[in-house]
Design a protein. Sequence first.
Length: 505
Amino acid sequence: MSVPDSGDGWRRLAPRTVLAAALVMAGIAAGAGVPAFIGLAGGRPVWQALVWVLGGAVLLIAGGSALDYVRWRRTRYRVGAERAELHTGLLLVKRRSLARERIRSVDLTANVLLRVLGLVKVRIGTGENTGGGESTLELDPVTREEGERLRRELLNRGTATPEPGPHREGELAVFDPAWIRYAPVSFVAPALGGAAAGGLMQVSEWFGAQGELIGWVRDRFQDTPVVLTVAVLVAGACAAGVVGALGLWVEMWWNYRLEREPGGTLRVRRGLFTTRSISIEERRLRGVELVEPLGVRTLGAARVDAVATGLATDEESSHADHKTLLPAAPRGTAEDVAAYVLREAVSPTSAARLTRHPPAARTRRLRWAVGAVLAPVLVLAVLGVLLTDVLLYVAGACVVVLLPAAVLLALDAYRGLGHAISGDYLVARSGTVRRTTVALQRGGVIGWTAKQSYFQRRAGLMTLTATTAAGAGAYSVYDAEESEVLVFGDAAVRGLLAPFLERGE
């Protein structure tokens, strides 16, 4: 357990934080000591080089441990009836305090070293984006038992447990190794492939071997056509990206478990080397979002994200998948999990019969697609006439390859449009490269924004956006028929669109 500091409720961090700091410094010393020893041994006796390296390592480990000991001595925290407080610092003492009724998340994280030592890092947040970390308290680290105690205590509001829905309590979803097949078709794979190629070039430049690397590649493909050479290199980068995507997926989602705890809290636990525990109170849940990136959607899979108030929104946590309840999984599994989470017999995203949008919406998407391809093609053609015929061939190749793809994506984007009311939820679907289907509680809508461009007015279309305090803050029904979408909005939330309907009449 954490160390009590006094009788007024103040506690210290776990004393093992000093041991953790010493082990980290030892790792750094080992990583830097090997090349330093090799360099020193070249100009002096081996024993002398070893003494220098060991002496530097001792100083580094002792210094790092001493600094962390001071941090441990000067850091204390307290959870009272009304506030959670943290005091830290030696010369410049920082005092941070959060009102308990504003606390929305208590997340636990532990890397390999912390797990071995039985420690966790606790992040307490209000879900507000105030800048400077003023909306969070971070206890780094405490014992695992203390972290679990804090999570239960801070998220226990003393409110009644929600009435059980038609589905089971407790475990809602568990890890399935078969889901890993969706990792290579995510957008992460090509990004990691490009990063691997760039990293290889950068490392070779650091060691002054970039010219040799380029020469080695040139020699391997000396008698190979340029097109085939490029194709092989791209394939190699993609293969590296696939391997990286698989490894990243395993690290993030191994031992995944989604469960509903007593008191109405959804808890996601996951991670191979670094374990994470993320909690979302059901009373803050306003709906769910099914996310289907193009590659994942082609394999019939989807991801489930929470639409909730108070989720972490600061820069550090914005890329930590705090809102993801289920990684990419078969669409049927995703629909089931969405239903379990919302306590519905059937997920609103599948039960709703979506209203199709008028053909004018398809025309708009085709125009955007064709324009997006022809604009750069026209520039290349003009430059080709003025400069070189090569650019004319590039322009022609772009038309042949990109124009059909753009048209297909535009038609797919139109087919993906839809909206409906399903019980207590309004449902909106849009997108092609990243298709999303959101089921948003009608009671969570606090306003509507109706937008019409000049071209939308001529086509009789309108984009209607629901404003909410949860999730992304706004969810849109794009390019729907004007009068129909206003009626839809009024039926979803009575009274908010009355001025628009009266003016239309």
